[in-house]
Ligand binder design. Structure first.
Ligand code: BEZ
Length: 211
């Protein structure tokens, strides 16, 4: 069964490179990014995991824990981690699930048989502190993901969770945001006392309230 936005992220216990963990306990009251890659010791995956390790401080700043997954074994993960450090210049600094029985892969619908009937595709799930799924992405094996875009999207999710705004195309933290259509101009006067720039009655911009 596919996991949709707003669904509760299924909990699981799994063996990882940092020991056995329970997803919910490991998340605590923060956010998580759960992502799968097809296979250890493959080129695109090597670059992706190195990049996630480089970006770890930027995930930490946002109170987000990152966890990877493939159907490879713990031993394979540890061996491959040495190659990631050697070729990508950074040590693996987040847990990798060894989903050898494919239990989590099936729970999260990460195996798409028409793409590959045994390996996981490149799935991404962003899970909020209430354990709700807030973003899903699916990329094929041949295409490495852009983890800067995932961070950008999380900035939007965290902002719009706390303020009645939405973020426009190509938005980045600090850019103007949009007052959501459900807020009337009367309400907007109270919520946005500095006023707004109105291009259409439904297109009202205000400065990013967090910058
Ligand atoms: C890769 O990471 O390079 C890769 C993995 C599985 C299939 C194709 C490419």
């Amino acid at each position: 069964m596919a996991i949709r936005l707003g669904d509760t992220a299924p909990n699981f216990t799994a063996e990882t490179t940092e020991g056995k963990l329970d997803l919910y306990d490991w998340m605590g009251d923060g956010w998580a990014v759960l992502f799968s890659h097809p296979k250890d010791y493959t080129p695109v995956c090597t670059t992706e995991l190195g990049q996630v390790a480089h970006l770890k401080p930027r995930f930490d700043e946002r109170n987000i824990k990152v966890i990877g997954l493939s159907v490879d074994t713990i031993e394979e993960h540890h061996g491959w981690a040495r190659d990631i450090e050697e070729t990508q210049g950074v040590a693996l600094n987040f847990p990798l699930i060894a989903d050898t029985d494919r239990a989590v892969s099936f729970q999260y619908d990460m195996i798409h048989p028409k793409a590959d009937d045994t390996l996981t595709v490149r799935s991404v799930f962003v899970i909020d502190p209430a354990k709700k799924v807030r973003l899903t992405l699916t990329y094929p094996a041949s295409t490495g993901r852009n983890f800067d875009e995932i961070l950008r999207t999380i900035d939007s999710l965290q902002l719009t969770s706390n303020h009645q705004v939405a973020t426009p195309v190509n938005w980045n933290h600090g850019d103007d945001v949009i007052i959501v259509p459900s807020i009337s101009n009367e309400e907007a006067k109270t919520k946005f006392p500095g006023g707004w720039r109105e291009e259409k009655s439904y297109l009202r911009y205000v400065p990013d309230p967090t910058s």
